[in-house]
Design a protein around this ligand. Structure first.
Ligand code: CA
Length: 364
């Protein structure tokens, strides 16, 4: 309605201004009245899951709003259209035009995908974005999914996660021996090599497993999501930092054919909406984690503990091995590993004299 009113008003103005302007304006409705396109977005998250699922909702809403409703995106939670781990296939074959998840879920198809999600002791959110947008990372990511007819884009970041909830203290590497911990991805392999027993559990089973003693520890995301899950009721100690997920990137997937069929302006809206959500989610996590951490400590009296340095050093050394083995899986993984590690080394040198130096200076 509003647009129609606007066009009407403009036309009136155009008539006053003369024939040339009127000609331009009479062409405008044809552009605006272009076919309405409907897309489905399947996600690996339960519908409306705080932070991750709501990030997917934001992405769909932004695309719909920014396109003035010309491209409407409807979000489906895990299992609504396809199960979580079939999101990639659904987008690849065009059953859904978009997806939202994380690249480490598809490591069976594309091992190099793990470099675009979470690398233990890898890069934080700011560094990942720098690598993706200005360090060649995004190009490698797109190349990786090309044969699946899928275009990836960063669409969210959790920031540095927490080390997890433990029912026993970790004072030395020896305390990791026999530790049954829910931890996914490359971090799981690292824990295994440190003598622990990684357990794979979906989010919904974490709380009861920790409370019953079926597991000794779990990681999840950070204070915001962990507080909502009530994990503080099932474990005594909350360890930091999340060495295994220093800046997990959430991923938007777009079916290549559906994307190429869009006019240029809608293509730009889709990609820029991903960029907005990528930034917005990190801001949301930073704000909500900081509030939730305060609640966990002041209200629920959670015992916050840093991992001892020698434990972190050992885990870092094992992570090096594990990540190198991912790189050896295929040519693309090798190429991605080299790009990732070269960027990481340089950005570490830069951040040593910028972010890191500033954070230290602020504490003095
Ligand atoms: Ca996690």
């Amino acid at each position: 309605m509003k647009r129609r009113e606007f066009i009407k008003k403009s036309s009136a103005g155009g008539l006053l201004a003369g024939g040339v302007t009127t000609g331009l304006i009479s062409a405008a409705p044809a552009v605006h009245a272009g076919t309405k396109i409907k897309w489905k977005m399947v996600t690996t998250w339960p519908k409306n899951f705080p932070g991750l699922g709501t990030g997917a909702n934001n992405l769909a809403r932004l695309i719909t709003e920014m396109s003035g409703g010309r491209l409407r995106v409807k979000v489906y939670g895990a299992k609504e259209l396809v199960p979580a781990f079939e999101v990639f296939d659904a987008v690849s074959r065009g059953a859904a035009q978009m997806g939202h998840g994380a690249a480490y879920y598809w490591k069976g198809k594309a091992p190099a995908g793990q470099f675009f999600a979470a690398v233990p002791f890898g890069m934080n959110a700011q560094e990942m974005n720098a690598w993706l947008y200005y360090g060649g990372g995004e190009k490698l990511w797109r190349d990786l999914y090309q044969r699946f007819n899928v275009i990836p884009a960063a669409a969210g970041n959790t920031g540095v996660q927490m080390g997890g909830w433990f029912n026993r203290e970790i004072n030395s590497v020896a305390d990791l021996k026999g530790l049954k911990m829910r931890i996914p991805g490359l971090g799981a392999e690292v824990l295994k090599r440190a003598g622990g027993t990684p357990v794979s559990l979906p989010g919904g089973e974490i709380y009861t497993s920790l409370q019953s003693g079926a597991i000794d520890a779990t990681e999840w995301v950070g204070p915001y999501n962990d507080l909502a899950f009530g994990l503080y009721k099932a474990a005594k100690y909350y360890y930091y930092p999340g060495w295994h997920e220093p800046g997990s990137v959430l991923e938007a997937l777009v079916n290549k054919k559906a994307y190429e069929e869009l006019p240029k302006d809608l293509q730009s809206i889709v990609m820029n909406a991903c960029k907005i959500v990528n930034t917005d989610m990190l801001a949301e996590y930073t704000a909500r984690n900081n509030a939730a951490l305060h609640t966990l400590i002041s209200k629920h009296k959670v015992k916050l503990r840093p991992f001892p340095d020698d434990v972190l050093k050992k885990l870092a050394q094992l992570s090096d091995e594990v990540v190198k083995e991912v790189a050896a899986k295929d040519k693309h993984a090798q190429k991605t590993y080299r790009s990732f590690m070269a960027f990481r080394e340089q950005v570490m040198a830069w951040h040593k004299v910028s972010e890191q130096a500033f954070l230290r200076a602020r504490e003095l």
